[in-house]
Design a protein around this ligand. Structure first.
Ligand SMILES: Nc1ncnc2c1ncn2[C@@H]1O[C@H](COP(=O)(O)OP(=O)(O)OP(=O)(O)O)[C@@H](O)[C@H]1O
Length: 246
């Protein structure tokens, strides 16, 4: 069953054509890594999936709902599709536990006791159950990003979008966040679309690697073909050799 389907999608910012004729299908449970040079449209593409950016032409079906249709309820989409950003934006004046319980309480009206239990389970899943009573500023950047992931998981989404989740972190914290993401990716019930330059993550857990440049998808391969064979697109080959040697 497909979770995300782009059919001939076009996206413009004013006159600027940011996404050109995007066709991409992601099945439920798949992990897809999206790569490409700066400005190629990766953030734009990922942000269309939960309606943070609207598309102008084509069809975008997420969890069975058509996002091109203005009548589609975006709140329903966002309940099922979580997003983790580069900057985690936790509420500074609330404890870690409160940060995680807030959205399920307000959006899902989840009963308090159950909400707390799920929040603690998710904290445990990201290895930070002992941090529950602390304030965000008492945690490192890597820990805060793991809290942001737990916060998304607490909504029990069907899909998670990650937009460069480790690129604002100090190097020694990156692996802790990637390990949490790998654990989620191995859970076959979760669909993941991840913008990252961390090719170790892609090699280990991605089902597919998608390469974008100038708003076009130029390559969409299984990870085996992408890493062990050769991407057929010349720009994808060049990009790959650059990010792997650096
Ligand atoms: N709100 C906006 N208004 C106008 N142009 C935009 C807007 N957001 C992005 N763009 C342009 O769209 C293009 C794609 O940007 P996008 O951020 O999606 O690329 P990206 O591949 O994620 O880049 P990076 O790796 O640097 O984050 C860029 O040329 C960018 O300048």
């Amino acid at each position: 069953m497909s979770m995300i389907e782009f059919h001939n999608v076009q996206k413009y910012y004013g006159d600027f054509h940011a996404l050109h004729d995007i066709n991409l299908t992601i099945d439920a449970g798949e992990t897809v890594v999206l790569i490409g040079p700066s400005g190629s449209g990766k953030s734009t593409l990922i942000r269309t999936v939960n309606g943070l950016e609207r598309i102008q032409e084509g069809q975008l079906i997420v969890n069975g709902q058509d996002l091109a249709n203005r009548k589609t309820d975006m709140n329903r989409i966002r309940k099922n599709v979580g997003m983790v950003f580069q900057h985690f934006n936790l509420y500074a004046n609330k404890t870690i536990l409160e940060n995680i319980m807030l959205a399920p309480r307000l959006v899902l009206k989840r009963p308090e006791e159950e909400n707390k239990k799920i929040a603690m389970d998710m904290l445990d899943r990201v290895g930070l159950a002992d941090q529950a009573p602390k304030m965000p500023a008492q945690l490192s950047g890597g820990q805060q990003q793991r809290i942001a992931i737990a916060r998304s998981l607490a909504m029990r989404p069907k899909a998670l979008l990650f937009d460069e989740p480790t690129s604002a972190l100090d190097p020694e914290m990156i692996d802790d966040v990637l390990n949490v993401m790998k654990d989620i990716a191995r859970d076959s019930s979760m669909t993941m679309l991840v913008v990252t330059h961390e090719m170790g993550f892609a090699r280990e857990v991605a089902n597919r690697v998608v390469f974008m440049a100038d708003g076009h998808i130029l390559e969409d391969d299984t990870k085996e073909k992408f890493f062990d064979g050769q991407p057929s697109n010349e720009r994808a080959r060049q990009f790959l050799s650059k990010i792997i040697t650096h």
